[in-house]
Design a protein around this ligand. Structure first.
Ligand SMILES: [Zn+2]
Length: 289
């Protein structure tokens, strides 16, 4: 990756929070930021901020400033310079070249109209000789017998996924943009990061990313997927469903709610301000199942 942390020990803990610049942080994103921060600090590890900016059409102006202001207001100070996925294009291209030459990619002509009900290639494009100049996406083949499970530090043993669950997912989009799965698989692998802590809604993506890491001979990091915050109707809080931005003027209250959601002990009244709360939470952090 572009910037290596100061610690040269390849076994040292390196974690990250990796928001997309698609709007301000909400309470759900603060849970992921806080969990990854506390896990890193509890293990005396590095904690970096990576902006996952590979989808310019979805980017919202001013988001990066809003994200860094919110993290700072909540005492979540990252190590080193901010990392940007948009700087990693050469790595993604060389990975795509390797996957192409080893025969794992195929060109897919499908548009919304021809995708099957799972969003997969619906007209067996893999069996057709599609010329490179025809607009296409790149999809990855799955070898079901080679899929592996893993142990999640929060959710326990995860069996190998079925082929249907992963099926021919996209690694480069028809509009020429790199797919999230490709970028995350490469940027989250060791030695860039050793420990990934993020929301449980990404568990299925992790199987896809681990498949890419396997094909690219990248060493997977350890994963922990923590429970995501839901609204009263049980839907995951997200920018898409209108989760309100965090109020940076009440960081103590926000942190307290996140700690409660993460089933961590409540900081005592003697630790009522942000730095003391985070010190207490770091010391008492444990990954919950
Ligand atoms: Zn297709």
């Amino acid at each position: 990756m572009n910037d290596s942390p100061a610690d040269a020990n390849s076994n040292a803990y390196r974690g990250r929070f990796a928001p997309s610049p698609t709007g301000p942080l909400h309470a759900g994103s603060l849970v992921a930021a806080l969990a990854s921060f506390l896990d890193a600090r509890h293990h005396n590890g590095q904690w970096q901020l990576r902006i996952d900016d590979i989808d310019p059409p979805r980017a919202v102006a001013g988001s990066i400033d809003a994200i860094t202001e919110t993290l700072t207001a909540h005492g979540l100070i990252w190590d080193g310079p901010i990392l940007y996925q948009s700087h990693s294009s050469p790595l993604y291209d060389s990975a795509l070249d390797r996957l192409t030459s080893s025969g794992w990619l195929f060109r897919c002509l499908c548009t919304r109209a021809t995708l099957d009900s799972n969003g997969c290639c619906g007209q067996r494009c893999r069996d057709h000789n599609i010329r490179p100049e025809t607009p296409h996406s790149l999809r990855i083949r799955i070898a079901p017998e080679r899929l592996e499970g893993f142990r999640d530090r929060s959710m326990g043993e995860q069996p190998a996924p079925t082929e249907t669950a992963l099926k021919d997912f996209i690694v480069k989009r028809r509009d020429g943009l790199y797919a999230y799965q490709l970028a995350a698989a490469i940027d989250d692998a060791k030695p860039n990061f050793t420990h990934i802590v993020r929301g449980a809604d990404l568990l299925e993506s992790t199987h896809r990313q681990r498949w890419l890491q396997q094909l690219l001979a990248l060493e997977p990091p350890s994963y922990a997927h923590v429970a995501v915050l839901a609204d009263e109707a049980g839907n995951k809080l997200s920018k898409q469903n209108g989760a309100p931005p965090l109020d940076n003027h009440q960081p103590e209250q926000n942190l307290r709610q996140c700690l409660q959601h993460l089933a961590q002990p409540a900081p005592p009244s003697s630790a009522s301000r942000v730095p003391e709360m985070l010190d207490y939470a770091t010391e008492h952090w444990s990954m919950r199942r």
